[in-house]
Every structure is written in C-alpha cells, then in structure tokens.
Write a protein that binds this ligand. Structure first.
Ligand code: ADP
Ligand code: MG
Length: 350
C-alpha cells in the first residue's frame, strides 16, 4: 500500500496535443480518488502516465515515495483494470488471474492461495475452469478485478471499468468495487466520465476539464460548493441551472426580478440554482413550464424565465398551469464570475 503523488504533471503528445497540463494531486495511502470529466479531458492519459504506459512530458509521479517517471510498468507495483477487461481468451479464469504472478516468478503455492482467496472474495470459485467467453460481462469484469487483487499491488488504477456493463449491473459492480477497496485498503485511482459513479465511489474526486484540474474535494463538498460553472454543470443531475443575472443597487436581479439583497460589487454575474433548492410557491419568480420529467418519487419541471432555462424539482403531482411561481432561498443560490466562471463569495444582506 502506498501514497501516490502527481506533481505538476503534463503530457504533450507528439504532434503537439496538450492532453494534460499542470496536474497536482496528493493521494493518501488507502484513499479512493476518482478522476471525472467529459470525454477527451485527459483522464486516460493521466492514468496511463501513472501506470507507465505513457511517458510523462513534464512533472513527477511518485508511488510510495519513489519517483517512478523512468520506471517500466512492471516495476511500479500497480495493477490496472480496463474497460474492455483485457482478458486472455484462450486461458481459463484461473490462469487469467494467475498470469501476472506467474510472470513475476511467484511460487505455485502462493499463486494458488492468492487466486483462491480472490475467487472467494469475488464469488468466482465455480468459474475458475471456464474461458472468458463462457462468462457474463459482470463475471468478466470480476475476473479483471481478481487479476488486479492477486498481485497485492501498492495501488489500483481503473479506467472506466464499468462502462461496458448494463445500467443495473453497473450499479451493483460499483458497490462491489467500493466494498472490496475498503476491505483491502488499497490506494485507488479510478477514471470515469459518469458523475454519479464518481459521486458514489470517491473519497475525493478530481474534476478535469481540458487536461486541467478544475476542483478537488469530497463529493458533497464539490456538489455543494462547485468551484466553477464547469463543475456546477457537470456534477449533479439534473444539472445546476446557470443563468445570466446582474447585481445592481445591492440587489441580485434575474430578468428584472429581485432574488436577494447582496453586498457584492455591481455588475453581471452567472447565477447558479440547483433544482432541489427551488420550489413552487404562491409568489416568486415567474417561470413558463416547457416540459415535465416524471421520475416517480418526484418530477423535474423544466421551464423558462424570460429566455433562460431553469429546472425545478417538485415532490407533488398536482396539475401545472402554463406558468408557475418559483421561490428562491437566497442562502442556497450560487454566484459565479460572469467572465471567468469561477465561484464568487456571496455577501448576503439581511
Ligand atoms: P479521456 O480519457 O478523458 O477521454 P484521453 O486521455 O483519452 O481523454 O485524451 C485526451 C486528449 O489527448 C484528447 O484530445 C485525445 O484526442 C488526445 N490523445 C489521446 N491519446 C493520444 C495519442 N496517442 N496521440 C495524440 N493525441 C492523443
Ligand atoms: Mg478515456
């Protein structure tokens, strides 16, 4: 087990693509860190640099206090789990799991014991003699996990390991991975584009945008205090509504309606409103109803305030007219710099 440190890490591919820029992350021993961001933001590149499958253009990678920039993957004491499982089709489950250990010359007894232990943990005992093609997607993913576990590495690296599974299996495998990691206490770096997966798995998440870190924090901290409009719109479903507003004469104005008394500097701002912080009321901001998303326990009402989109969560199922009024709690609104998109402190006045 080990801590894992990235120091100002960057990657420029031949041809000049800057895939990763100036990434610094300190991962504590036993911590589960999730790298999350949209497709193309550099997640895989970053993970492959930690694994040693890609050279580091700038900065340093440390695993367990040791600088590993120039070490081969096999010397880094890490195990990687891929999206496509990367199992050997001609080998049995047992041999797939044992492969890495055999390769590094472990004794037969050790190999047998570790494979048996991993198979027990992953409930793969009855499949050990099967070939991968005779397994379901979920079972294959478990074999890939087993192969990582038996090596007892300093750290696990996961690259979207669940994206080939159907939605239901993804949720159950997500919980299995989390439980397994907690039991083993192995430092983990997990990559996904799925914000829900990130929220539910991570001790801390790292939001990446265009190869740069937008924010690092515990899931709820990031959810409650997004550092930028990018994070605000990426983390949480439905996405936080972002609207053009103004601060004028000590008031926050949205489409001519005063929502709060603020001591901030006058000028344009981006206003962030989470659907669940809003409610339908007798008086408040007028919103034209566009469509309603039924989720069973609640519904999300999508509407327009002037020409700006707003989503509101509602627990009731009373019929809606073409226009509703929305109550906004000033303590729950978010403010972002209209130009940079960075979070601003809000100076609420009574
Ligand atoms: P993600 O995993 O977040 O989808 P990647 O790390 O795969 O992102 O890619 C980040 C950026 O680097 C993208 O613009 C991608 O096109 C580029 N890229 C990835 N691999 C290579 C490569 N081998 N050569 C050149 N550019 C690459
Ligand atoms: Mg990727």
């Amino acid at each position: 087990m080990a801590e894992l440190t990235l120091r100002s890490v960057g990657k420029t591919y031949t041809g000049g693509v800057d895939a990763v820029s100036d990434v610094t992350i300190d991962i504590k021993d036993g911590e589960f860190i999730v790298l999350v961001g949209p497709s193309g933001c550099g997640k895989t590149t970053l993970l492959r640099m930690v694994a040693g499958l890609e050279t580091v253009t700038r900065g340093d990678v440390h695993i367990g206090g040791r600088r590993v920039n120039d070490l081969d993957p096999a010397e880094r004491d890490i195990a990687m789990v891929f999206q496509n499982y990367a199992l050997y089709p001609h080998m049995s489950v047992r041999d797939n799991m044992a492969y890495g250990l055999k390769n590094r010359g472990e004794g037969k007894a050790v190999i047998e014991e570790r494979v048996a232990e991993a198979a027990r943990m992953l409930e793969l005992g009855q499949y050990l003699d099967r070939k991968p093609r005779a397994l379901s997607g979920g079972q294959r993913q478990r074999v890939a996990m087993g192969r990582a576990i038996v090596r007892q590495p300093a750290a696990f690296l996961f690259d979207e390991p669940l994206s080939n599974l159907d939605a239901k299996l993804r949720v159950s495998m997500r919980m299995e991975i989390r439980k397994l990691q907690q039991r083993l206490g192995t430092t983990s770096l997990y990559v996904t584009h799925d914000q829900l997966e990130a929220m539910t798995l991570a001790d801390r998440l790292v939001v990446l945008n265009g190869g740069r870190v937008e924010q690092i924090g515990a899931p709820l901290e990031v959810y409650r205090k997004p550092a930028s409009t990018f994070v605000a719109s990426f983390i949480g479903a439905p996405a936080m509504s972002l609207l053009d507003a103004r601060i004028e004469g000590g008031r926050l104005l949205l489409e001519g309606h005063a929502l709060a008394t603020l001591g901030n500097t006058p000028g344009p701002v981006t206003l962030g409103l989470r659907a669940e912080d809003l409610r339908i009321a007798a008086i408040g901001l007028p919103m034209r109803v566009e469509y309603v998303e039924e989720l069973g326990a609640q519904r999300v009402i999508h509407g327009m305030v002037g020409d700006q989109a707003l989503a509101v969560t509602d627990a009731h199922d009373a019929p809606l007219g073409p226009e509703v009024r929305i109550a906004v709690d000033p303590s729950k609104l978010h403010l972002f710099d209209a130009r940079t998109g960075r979070r601003m402190d809000k100076r609420l006045q009574q």
